[in-house]
Ligand binder design. Sequence first.
Ligand SMILES: C[S@@+](CC[C@H](N)C(=O)[O-])C[C@H]1O[C@@H](n2cnc3c(N)ncnc32)[C@H](O)[C@@H]1O
Length: 223
Amino acid sequence: MSRGGSGGRQRVRTARGRTAQSTRWLERQLNDPYVRRAKAEGYRSRAAYKLLELDERFGLLRGAKRVVDLGIAPGGWSQVVRRRVPAAAVVGIDLLPVDPIDGVTIMQGDFMDDHAPGQLIEALGGAPDLVLSDMAANTVGHPQTDALRTMALVETAFAFAVDVLAPGGTFVAKVFAGGADSALVAQMKGAFTTVKHAKPPASRKGSVEWFVVAQGFKGRPQE
Ligand SMILES: C[S@@+](CC[C@H](N)C(=O)[O-])C[C@H]1O[C@@H](n2cnc3c(N)ncnc32)[C@H](O)[C@@H]1O
């Protein structure tokens, strides 16, 4: 690795065994202002800034009391929640292990498992007013397959949100390729007062990642 001068752009030499793709990834990480900021400000991931920016625009965390963080690893979003609303109860789940975060209950497992939703709510101790999903399926490089797998995660997260959210609650999910599909958006509009798509500045321009933000949960029909 060589430095291009103090504070300048860092370049990475292609080392034997490192693919051109991973060299590009490493170079991008080293030169990414959000990665540097995350390090300086003690966030575990640059993803933290996506939630901070979404919060600035939509006021997601204002008054939140119970929060579910789907796809919590390595923990940036939950750190943001803890810093912004220290009194909120927070529960997260991920396939990957996550180092402890003070005040956050972390479960390791697959959110798609039948028993995961019940365990999350039990750990939270009541209905959440905010369900966050930054889950992304591991890409296999086949665009249709990747899109379908991510859609399945979004749909399951949405079904969970309408099942458990307190009235007035908020659902945020990462979606790909410009947004949730139209059938899902229609369902969201039926269940929430407002549904918007957003690409926060911290989301890389070249990525197909967007977020759908649904606010004002209308409640389940019997409520
Ligand atoms: C982009 S990362 C989340 C970053 C996190 N928001 C942060 O700020 O640190 C997406 C995560 O979703 C997780 N994930 C994907 N599918 C999942 C599933 N079925 N159940 C639980 N977690 C899942 C992945 O393991 C990955 O850690």
